[in-house]
Design a protein around this ligand. Structure first.
Ligand SMILES: [Zn+2]
Ligand SMILES: [Zn+2]
Length: 307
């Protein structure tokens, strides 16, 4: 099998694009998708400061690699990598170590921040006390809040997240089947400035999980292979399987899900955009009186007292 772009031997099939690619052109194919997303989502300017959220997993380590490759030589442009330690045994401690080492190798400043410091409780705490809500529900809400708080402290202009196309398609379908229009509308990237929010950018959103894994192996990008011990509890896995099954019949299904969202985004954004106000307890922007993070924390405190 010949590469669609040169005379070399093709090693990778890209069914949704009808391409067969050699190693070199596979890397180039992924690079160009990432660059295109940067161009479409954001216009960085001199003096900008960006925060890259790096969990230590394959996606965020790949993102850090791309950021360094594309913007590493820019002057007057600041990149800070940050790992949020949710307090999950020593799982994230090891991830943070790897993220720190890799950042150092790339010459990027790295920080570790914790749920313990920013929220007061950890994911292990809530998993012990709350037998009904999944720890991942707390974790996702807390992580978003902590990242936003940290980015504001840093005076950052953008937060970059390593979400891949699989994550994205899952989130879209998940919010649709739950009827959660507000959360659907708030999916990154954020094109509009909202008071109190640092816009989130998602440069990997058109790259498949499998493509990132393959790329990392070829390019020697290090990452933690283990999964979070709570991951199997997450409802997300149901959607992952659902979409992977559909993909076997229609290789482009994740792309068309994302494209559908792109088309309706403007309408749903308009619908929920103006209702944001500061949370009565913590001051972070929210749709209701109290933000989801404070609501969950109160739930935890109440359940803890009952134990
Ligand atoms: Zn080639
Ligand atoms: Zn709050």
């Amino acid at each position: 099998m010949k590469c669609s772009r040169c005379n070399g031997e093709a090693r990778f099939r890209i069914p949704y694009a009808g391409l067969n690619l050699c190693e070199e052109h596979f890397l180039e194919f992924v690079d160009s998708k990432v660059k295109r997303e940067f161009r479409e989502q954001v216009r960085f300017k001199k003096g900008d400061r960006i925060v890259v959220a790096v969990s230590g997993g394959k996606d965020s380590m790949h993102l850090l690699y791309q950021v360094h490759k594309i913007f590493g030589e820019w002057r007057d442009f600041e990149i800070i990598a940050v790992t949020v330690d949710e307090g999950i045994g020593d799982f994230r401690v090891k991830c943070a170590e790897l993220a720190r080492e890799y950042s150092k190798e790339l010459g990027i400043e790295h920080r570790t921040i914790t749920f313990r410091d920013y929220i007061g409780i950890t994911t292990d705490d809530v998993a012990k006390v709350d037998k009904e809500l999944k720890p991942c529900t707390y974790c996702g809400v807390f992580r978003r809040k902590v990242l936003n708080m940290f980015a504001k402290e840093m005076n950052a202009d953008y937060v970059l997240l390593g979400l891949n196309l699989d994550d994205f398609a899952q989130s879209i379908v998940m919010n649709v089947t739950r009827g959660d229009v507000a959360r659907l509308a708030r999916l990154a990237p954020h094109t509009r400035r909202v008071e109190g929010f640092v816009p989130r950018i998602v440069p990997l959103r058109r790259v498949l999980e499998e493509e990132i894994r393959t790329y990392n192996e070829i390019a020697g990008i290090p990452y933690m292979h283990g999964r979070c011990p709570y991951a199997s509890l997450a409802i997300r896995d149901v959607y992952r399987e659902f979409l992977n099954n559909l993909e076997k019949r229609d290789p482009a299904v994740k792309f068309s899900t994302l494209n559908f969202f792109e088309k309706i985004k403007g309408y749903v954004e308009e619908d929920v955009g103006r209702e944001l106000r500061p949370c009565r307890i913590c001051g972070e922007p929210t749709i209701g009186e109290v933000c989801k993070a404070c609501e969950l924390k109160m739930r935890y405190e109440k359940l803890k007292d009952q134990v």
